[in-house]
Write a protein of this length. Structure first.
Length: 79
């Protein structure tokens, strides 16, 4: 239920917020707990955005383990 609410109501707003923050170079972090093991986290914390120490610490706390890298390539052959 929380995931559906996030998808329907929050995600479109987050898309707008991320676009505004990217354009204005505003650092941000948002974490939504949708379930015990399901979170949706958005962050703009690169050097370009000049995040605060507190933002970087919060992100490290939210993501203590680095996510595994996933490489995926989809190729569609022309017919």
């Amino acid at each position: 239920m929380k995931e559906a609410i996030y998808d329907d109501k929050i995600a479109p707003l987050m898309t707008q917020i991320l676009a505004i923050c990217q354009e204005a170079k505003i650092p941000m972090i948002a974490d939504f707990g949708l379930d015990d093991d399901l979170h949706c986290t958005s962050a703009l914390l690169s050097e370009t955005f000049e995040p605060s120490h507190g933002q970087l610490q919060a992100f490290k706390w939210l993501r203590p383990k680095p996510a595994p890298l996933l490489a995926l390539t989809i190729v569609r052959e022309a017919k």
